[in-house]
Design a protein around this ligand. Structure first.
Ligand SMILES: Cc1ncc(C[n+]2csc(CCO)c2C)c(N)n1
Length: 215
C-alpha cells in the first residue's frame, strides 16, 4: 500500500464512527438542531483562526502553492457556515443566545494536536493537517454517493460544497505527502500515520461536541 492508500484505509475504517456520530446522523435525517449548528459554527471559527495560518505554514514548508488554499484563507469558510446558519435561523434563532462561548474540548484538543505535531517536524505536521480537508472531502462524497444525503435534504448544499477528495488542493497535498513519505524512514512514516489518525478522531469529536450539553 502506498502512503496515501494508508490514509484512505484509516479514513475508511473511521467511517462507521462518523456515521454513528449524532451530528452526522442529524444531517442524514435532515434534522435541524439550531443550537448544535450555532455551536459548530462558533467552535469552527475558533478552530479556523488557528488552523488556517498553520495550514498555510505547513504547505509553505513543502512549497505547495495552491489557489484554492488562498481562497480558503481569504473567506474563512464563510459560505458553508452561512448555509448552516440559514438553517438554524429558520428553525430557532433564539438558540443562538444559549450557546457556550468557551473553547470546547475537541477544539482545544485538535489544535493542540496539530501544534504538537508541528514540533515533531515538517512531515508529521503535514500529516496532522491533512485530516481537515480529507475527512470533509471523503465523508461528504461517500454520503452523497450512497444516497444517505439526497437532494432535498436541508444539509445537501453543505455536503455538496465539500464533497470530493479530488479537488486541486487535496490532490496537490496528497502528491506532496506521497513524495515526502518516500524520503523518510518507516518509523517516521508510521508516526505520520498516527498523527493523521489522531486528527481524524478529533474531526469526529469536533462534530459530536456541538450536541453535548454543558456539564
Ligand atoms: C473542524 C473542521 N474540519 C474541517 C473543516 C473543513 N475545512 C476547513 S479549511 C479546509 C481547507 C483546507 O484544509 C477545509 C476542507 C472545517 N471547516 N472544520
Amino acid at each position: 500500500m502506498t502512503f496515501i492508500e494508508q490514509f484512505k484505509k484509516i479514513m475508511q475504517d473511521a467511517m462507521p464512527a462518523f456515521l454513528a456520530n449524532p451530528f452526522i446522523k442529524d444531517c442524514e435525517a435532515g434534522r435541524i438542531d439550531a443550537r448544535a449548528l450555532y455551536t459548530y459554527i462558533y467552535q469552527d471559527n475558533i478552530y479556523l483562526d488557528v488552523y488556517l495560518p498553520l495550514f498555510s505554514k505547513g504547505l509553505d514548508n513543502f512549497g505547495i502553492d495552491s489557489e484554492s488554499l488562498r481562497q480558503f484563507e481569504g473567506d474563512q469558510e464563510t459560505e458553508p457556515h452561512l448555509m448552516l446558519q440559514k438553517l438554524a435561523d429558520e428553525k430557532n434563532p433564539a438558540a443562538k443566545a444559549t450557546i457556550t462561548k468557551e473553547w470546547l474540548p475537541a477544539t482545544t484538543g485538535y489544535l493542540k494536536h496539530i501544534q504538537d505535531s508541528q514540533k515533531e517536524g515538517d512531515f508529521i505536521f503535514l500529516c496532522s493537517l491533512a485530516a481537515c480537508p480529507y475527512v470533509y472531502g471523503y465523508l461528504t462524497e461517500k454520503m452523497i454517493e450512497s444516497g444517505q444525503i439526497k437532494k432535498g435534504n436541508p444539509f445537501y448544499p453543505w455536503f455538496d460544497f465539500y464533497k470530493g477528495t479530488d479537488g486541486q488542493l487535496t490532490v496537490d497535498f496528497m502528491k506532496v505527502l506521497e513524495e515526502e513519505a518516500d524520503k523518510v524512514d518507516e518509523e517516521m512514516q508510521s508516526r505520520g500515520l498516527t498523527a493523521f489518525y489522531q486528527a481524524v478522531q478529533f474531526e469526529n469529536d469536533f462534530f459530536a461536541q456541538s450536541l453535548e450539553k454543558e456539564g
